[in-house]
Design a protein around this ligand. Structure first.
Ligand code: IMP
Ligand code: MG
Length: 183
């Protein structure tokens, strides 16, 4: 079984636990509570960035207790590598009209900030009423672009992580905890 151990070994790479399911669930419910308070008189549109954000988005939305809408947006920047290619590609457009809406972009992780910068630039053209970003994880030391993340679950070291939506060569998204590649 994948998650029976504290460590996962893939080829010669060893991953060890960074954030447990319990820690993640507690923080996600806090984020949900905060966002629900901040948007109490609004009906925000949560826009999840696929594929990585799908699990976080699902758990976060279960902790939102105000009216809201949901959509998804798909980008590809990493390919199957552990290091960012530095390029972003748009793979799926939004279905909803974000003009004059309060939008909340939901990301799994902000690394260099390139993806968020790219997404914000696209959405700005549609003139939303407001735009905020929530990311479960953030690698503050890796940030290279001028982006503001309004809600952050956890600040983590600049190391490769998997689980809870985050993949390594498309695998391990299904893990309930988050694991970090150990040196
Ligand atoms: P950025 O554009 O450099 O900020 O990278 C953001 C995207 O790269 C995230 O949405 C993830 O999909 C992916 N990513 C960044 N760091 C990691 C990681 O440690 N593990 C898995 N995916 C990552
Ligand atoms: Mg992502």
């Amino acid at each position: 079984m994948l998650e029976a151990e504290q460590n996962i070994i893939v080829n010669s790479d060893k991953f060890e636990i960074l954030l447990t399911e319990k820690q993640i669930q507690k923080r996600v419910s806090e984020l949900g509570e905060q966002i629900s308070k901040d948007y109490a008189d609004k009906t925000p549109v949560f826009i999840g960035v696929l594929n990585g954000a799908f699990i976080f988005m699902s758990d976060l939305l279960k902790n939102i207790n105000i009216n809201c809408e949901v959509d998804f947006f798909k980008l590809s920047s990493y390919g199957d590598a552990k290091i960012s290619s530095g390029k972003v590609k748009l793979l799926k457009e939004l279905n909803c009209d974000v003009n004059e809406r309060d939008i909340i972009i939901v990301e799994d992780i902000v690394d260099s900030g390139l993806s968020i910068k790219y997404i914000e630039d696209i959405f700005k053209e549609h003139k939303p009423a407001s735009m905020r970003v929530v990311s479960l994880l953030m690698k503050p030391k890796s940030l290279k672009y001028d982006v503001k993340i309004d809600y952050i679950g956890f600040n983590i070291p600049s190391k490769f992580v998997v689980g809870y939506g985050l993949d390594y060569e498309q695998k391990f998204r299904n893990l309930k905890s988050i694991y970090v590649l150990s040196e």
